[in-house]
Design a protein around this ligand. Structure first.
Ligand code: NI
Ligand code: MN
Length: 225
């Protein structure tokens, strides 16, 4: 399993020969100017919620690639009505995809579309694929529901928002790492706008002091599980 950071909360995950994009917000992110949206491959596009900074490039990518959009029922229906492919899920649901097992899990946040229309309830994803297990938290507060994840899944990596203000900040992300029982954390949802700028060294130090590893990738950089 290879995970590439595309800036903000956007990720590319490669499992075998399947390419999954998560929350593509690239053309609106000046920091991600090195990523060419028109060249991204996608078999699936996972969406945690309907906010602009998670869905901006979905339509363009899905139209070009015919990727299957996977999200909550309301978001998937919204895109199916535009003629795009989708697989609707809802909280607590699992599905066996060709890349592995996917579960849509709880997140504490909101989920309106940019025009204010209803985007269902926000979520995160647990992916079990190629013998590696990954949690993508989405935009969320720290929540006790995270404790449910390790009851079923031994995580190899947890991807947590750390930018504060709209989501968890570093101190809550540290507790979230305990809740999901994973010491290897990839931080995302930071630095994109003024509200969510963080001190990288301070963030890494806090995790290190607690015997955990916080990784912050450059945009375009990958890690392999
Ligand atoms: Ni959001
Ligand atoms: Mn967001």
């Amino acid at each position: 399993m290879k995970i590439t950071f595309l800036g903000h909360a956007s990720l590319q995950i490669n499992i075998g020969d399947i390419t999954i994009l998560v929350d593509p917000f690239i053309s609106g992110n000046p920091k991600a100017a090195n990523i060419n949206v028109d060249e991204l491959k996608a078999d699936y596009i996972l969406l945690t919620h309907a906010h602009q900074d998670h869905i901006l490039d979905v339509e363009a990518i899905a139209k070009r690639t015919e990727a299957v959009i996977v999200s909550n029922y309301e978001i998937v229906t919204h895109y199916q009505n535009k003629g795009l492919e989708g697989h609707p899920m809802n909280h607590g649901g699992n599905w066996d995809f060709e890349f592995g097992k996917l579960k849509y899990v709880n997140a504490i946040h909101t989920s309106s579309f940019p025009d204010g229309s209803y985007g269902g309830q926000p979520g995160g994803f647990v992916i079990e694929g190629e013998h590696k297990n990954l949690y993508i938290a989405g935009d969320t507060a720290l929540t006790y529901d995270m404790k449910l994840i390790p009851l079923q899944t031994k995580l190899d990596l947890a991807i947590l928002p750390i930018g504060d203000n709209f989501t968890m900040g570093i101190d809550d992300a540290l507790i979230a790492a305990d809740f999901v029982e994973c010491d290897k954390i990839l931080g995302y949802h930071f630095d994109t706008f003024g509200y969510i700028e963080i001190d990288h060294e301070n963030a890494k130090r806090k995790f290190f002091k607690n015997d955990k590893d916080l990784m912050l990738l450059e945009i375009g950089e990958s890690l392999e599980l």
